[in-house]
Design a protein around this ligand. Structure first.
Ligand SMILES: *Cc1c(COP(=O)(O)O)cnc(C)c1O
Length: 371
């Protein structure tokens, strides 16, 4: 099979929608009736519209984003499911949210006042901080938030459809902090009911808690990483959905004692062949992985040598018969014993980070291909 010219001349990120479909079906099977597909950050780098459409086609009933802009992109992709946006400034563009039927998470009384004053009946989810000290209302603000939400509801300004929290420790199943987080959310729900609110959707769990703690499922789960094959809990085998390849741009034969790249952080120990790949940290290969990373060239794992620079990466291919134009696999889904391609998880370890940062960091110069 001969690849189209473009795949041979530039780095290509191939997204496997069948993997995303299969992962979605897994969460629909194990989760509560409503599964919200989180498609923030361009669908975790896999393409917002493609991930959203695939998730919905396979049983996801809601879509979730951080910003209104991302919510509008979901609508522009033709999706009609309910959308929730949960990270907005106080002066959030409420009119655009309402026009596009985007629900808003409300993390403070100030946000609520701004939303209630915008005119129109805005669908909101009360967002409670259940243990991260990050987004959401701090517990001491809950009584005021609930009372104000009830007032705004009675005034016809908002409709409280949901109440949400988020867990800090779900990568560590059974951690006591998440037990506190669950109890905190339920306390918030009881408080909301005492205030006269009737949110029908209580939601707390993301990927890891959904996979490890059915007690956290409540009415809806919010799945991002899991859709694209990342399981922070390490409990479940999901299907990875990305392959990043690059053509070898140049090869050179060098002797022993040759310094490679900026700072000569690597010096050849023997005569060898160096293959140059036309992508670097601007394309999402973390510079921190220099000296540890490997890529697959000519069917073999070969070490990245020298520092990964902005646009280029050097690979020591030894005596392998590598030619310019040969395809290197930077990472792939793995799982086929005969094909020892590196995975996103390995890149994350090499760079001292998590897979999420690798998949959301692929740069704009890399060509996208979907299959
Ligand atoms: C990103 C995000 C999620 C998705 O988390 P995953 O672990 O990627 O499934 C869920 N809820 C909120 C509030 C988020 O910001």
């Amino acid at each position: 099979m001969s690849a189209p010219t473009a795949t041979r001349t530039c780095a290509t990120l191939t997204v496997d929608l069948a993997a995303i479909a299969e992962n979605t079906r897994h969460f629909v099977r194990v989760g509560p009736p409503d599964v919200l597909a989180v498609v923030k950050a361009d669908g975790f780098g896999h393409g917002l519209a493609d991930v959203a459409r695939t998730a919905v086609a396979n049983g996801a009933t809601w879509l979730g984003v951080t910003s209104i802009t991302e919510g509008v992109a979901v609508r522009a992709a033709g999706l009609t499911e309910p959308v929730l946006s949960w990270l907005n400034p106080v002066d959030v563009d409420v009119a655009t949210a309402v026009r596009h039927r985007i629900d808003l998470a409300v993390p403070s009384t100030r946000h609520l006042a701004a939303i209630a004053g915008a005119g129109g009946r805005v669908r909101v989810h009360l967002q409670l901080d259940t243990g991260l000290a990050r987004d959401g209302a701090a517990p001491d603000e809950w009584p005021d938030l609930m009372a104000a939400a009830r007032q705004a509801e009675l005034a016809g300004q908002v409709e409280v459809v949901g109440i949400m929290g988020h867990l800090a420790m779900s990568a560590y199943p059974g951690h006591s902090a998440d037990e506190h987080g669950k109890q905190a959310l339920l306390r918030g729900v009881a408080m909301a009911e005492r205030a006269g609110l009737r949110p029908s959707l209580r939601h707390l769990a993301a990927t890891a808690a959904t996979l490890t703690d059915p007690g956290a499922h409540l009415d809806m789960v919010r799945i991002g990483a899991g859709l694209v094959g990342i399981d922070p809990s390490g409990s479940t085998r999901l299907r990875r959905a990305l392959r990043l390849t690059a053509p070898v741009a140049q090869v050179r034969r060098v002797g022993a004692g040759v310094g490679v790249g900026y700072g000569h952080t690597s010096v050849t120990g023997r005569p060898t062949t160096l293959a140059l790949l036309p992508l670097g940290y601007a394309d999402g290969l973390p510079r921190a992985a220099s000296g540890r990373a490997q890529v697959l060239v000519a069917g073999r794992r070969c070490p990245v040598v020298g520092v990964i620079s902005m646009d280029q990466t050097v690979v020591d291919v030894g005596d392998l018969p590598v030619e310019p134009g040969d395809e290197a696999v930077v990472f792939g889904p793995g799982g086929q014993p005969a094909v020892d391609e590196p995975t996103v998880e390995e890149w994350a370890v090499w760079a001292g980070t998590i897979p999420h940062e690798i998949v959301t960091g692929i740069g704009h110069r890399v060509r996208r291909s979907v299959r």
